[in-house]
Design a protein around this ligand. Structure first.
Ligand code: NAD
Ligand code: DAU
Length: 332
């Protein structure tokens, strides 16, 4: 049994991690530290709040972080500002949370000699050409494009430096694009599903040829558990699930899943500095830790996700109008 501190456990991936851990590894004691920004919500933890300790607070707050890390055995660090479009509008919370917040976690982990798993993104590697057989691997050089990905790249570098110079016991994972339940409606897949459910056309940035490598959030979290259990200290593991699709294909699949004309989408203004393609080579995770994705059919996982949003309107509706108003102001 471990006492696990889950930062960002009221957000999309963190909340799914909490649900999955309670379901499959109930011997662990979980504490969630979450600032409940616009992206986090107690509603994401409905049904499990009585089974965990929930602390509302920021990872930037030194005293809170220090106390909660002292009281834990392991820290799984999900908390972050996570949306590229927001980082282009205002990078400051990304610097504060992703860099300063990670620094606070590292200092507390170092002081109390605790185990850390740092959850990061494939976006630290920049992007790949379309149609190129190359994929990202653990040895790909860092080359981030947006304020968000640069802040995550910086946080990874901090973790690596604390491993090398202070000998902390930490691992890092860099995962591709997640989809599944509880993802905020600002993100691509939930935005398009909820647009269609509202009678609005999906919104495609530019020509929609940009490729993302989709992975179900439960597969991502199973990989995090594999790294916690069997990962080697100081190592980085890439997580992916062979899910490459371009944005236009994904929108067409969503429209079809909802019984609409697959061509009924609208092209809107492209994202500045828009990364072209992400693709993950997860050989290391597979060979060293024996992990494999369970969601091998993206179409099936996507259909389940469409069903989840169709049956959880009370969950997404309160965020929808404000999110769309923000996009409209930017011509998106
Ligand atoms: P999210 O935006 O849905 O959730 C982030 C959570 O962190 C929210 O609950 C928010 O309230 C909390 N938070 C933000 N600032 C905080 C602070 N200062 N102190 C405490 N809590 C704070 O993000 P997500 O999509 O669940 O991503 C989680 C992690 O996984 C992030 O580190 C992200 O970089 C990484 N990641 C995400 C993806 C993806 O596709 N979504 C892929 C790879 C890696
Ligand atoms: O690769 C991992 C990253 O995936 C994570 O680190 C980020 O936290 C997560 O948000 C995600 O980043 P992306 O920028 O790839 O995801 P987003 O959902 O914002 O967009 C996915 C693609 O869809 C991207 O090419 C932009 C495009 N897009 C997005 C929106 C919101 C559209 O075409 N229309 C839209 O309305």
């Amino acid at each position: 049994m471990s006492r696990i501190l889950v930062t960002g456990g009221a957000g999309f991936i963190g909340a799914n991690f909490v649900h999955q851990t309670l379901r499959t590894l109930p011997q662990h004691e979980l504490t969630v530290l979450d600032a409940l920004t616009y992206a986090g919500s107690r509603a994401n933890l409905n049904g499990v709040l009585d089974s965990i300790r929930f602390v509302e607070g920021s990872i930037v707050d030194e005293a809170t972080v220090e106390r909660l890390v002292r009281e834990s055995d392991v820290v799984v660090h999900f908390a972050a500002e996570s949306h590229n479009d927001n980082s282009l509008e205002d990078p400051s919370p990304f610097i504060e949370t992703n860099l300063v917040g990670t620094f606070r976690i590292l200092q507390a982990v170092r002081k109390h000699e605790k185990r850390l798993h740092h959850v990061s993104t494939d976006e630290v590697y920049g992007d790949l050409e379309l149609g190129d057989p190359e994929k990202f691997s653990e040895s790909t050089p860092y080359n981030p494009s947006s304020p968000y990905s640069a802040s995550k790249a910086g946080s990874d570098m901090l973790v690596r430096a604390w491993v090398r110079s202070y000998g902390i016991h930490a691992t890092i994972s860099n995962c591709s694009n997640n989809y599944g339940a509880y993802q905020h409606v600002e993100k691509f897949i939930p935005r398009q599903i909820t647009n269609v459910l509202c009678g609005e056309p999906p919104k495609l940035y530019g020509e929609g040829l940009n490729v993302r490598d989709w992975i179900h959030v439960d597969d991502h979290n199973r990989a995090v558990h594999a790294i916690l259990e069997r990962g080697r200290s100081g190592e980085t593991y890439l997580i992916g699930a062979d899910g490459e699709r371009n944005n236009r294909q994904v929108i067409e699949m969503i429209l079809e899943a909802l019984g609409k004309d697959p061509g009924a989408y609208e092209k809107v203004r492209d994202r500045a500095g828009h990364d072209l393609r992400y693709a993950i080579d997860y050989t290391k995770l597979r060979q060293e830790l024996g992990w494999r994705p369970e969601y091998t059919e993206f179409a099936e996982g996507l259909r389940q996700t469409v069903d989840w949003y169709a049956t959880h309107e009370d969950w997404w509706r309160p965020q929808k109008a404000a999110t769309e108003a923000r996009y409209r102001r930017k011509g998106q």
